[in-house]
Design a protein around this ligand. Structure first.
Ligand code: ZN
Length: 170
């Protein structure tokens, strides 16, 4: 009786070992396959018209020039990399139509606090994101306008002097 139990136990643990060994191998295969898949996905993202721009606590955009192709869909993602609250260091991305006076628009925007510093019913804006604070991300999609240069800015009061750049449509 005792001997039989021992033998059975030995067989059982052998089976467990084999099963575990097999599982581990499968996991490894799956893992390397997923890795390969991730690489191809990130390459695809690079090819699409997605722009990532970030703002910091020093009132700076990390990009002051963005190039896109006319008529293409563009997605601009804005990241706030600072530590300050939206009420102190709010950032947005506002793309203006051609011929709009940057300082004039910024002055109008500065008093539009209730509308996230976008003048209500404005006809000067092609696209804009919402206003964000530390650690937040926002994005906006639009179709690139006709070829030419367009100004973009952060419309939080006082920021446009430093937080501005050119969207160049080719
Ligand atoms: Zn700002």
């Amino acid at each position: 009786m005792k001997t039989a139990k021992y033998v059975l136990g030995a067989i059982f643990s052998c089976a467990v070992l084999i099963a575990c060994g097999g599982k581990e191998e499968k996991k490894k295969e799956g893992f390397s396959y997923e890795n390969k898949k991730d690489t191809s996905t990130s390459t695809a993202t690079k090819d699409s018209n997605e722009i990532v721009i970030s703002g910091n606590d020093l009132m700076q955009f990390d990009k002051t020039e963005i190039r896109v192709k006319a008529g293409q869909k563009v997605k601009v993602t804005l990241r706030h990399k600072g530590k300050l609250d939206v009420n102190v260091m709010g950032h947005n991305f506002v793309l203006l139509k051609q011929g709009v006076d940057l300082a004039g628009f910024a002055a109008e925007a500065a008093v539009a606090k209730d509308n996230e510093y976008i003048p209500e019913k404005t006809k000067d804006v092609i696209a804009h994101t919402s206003l964000i604070g530390a650690g937040q991300t926002t994005s906006v999609e639009f179709v690139a306008p006709a070829a030419g240069e367009y100004d973009y800015l952060c419309s939080f009061p006082g920021h446009y002097a430093m937080m501005k750049g050119k969207l160049i449509v080719e």
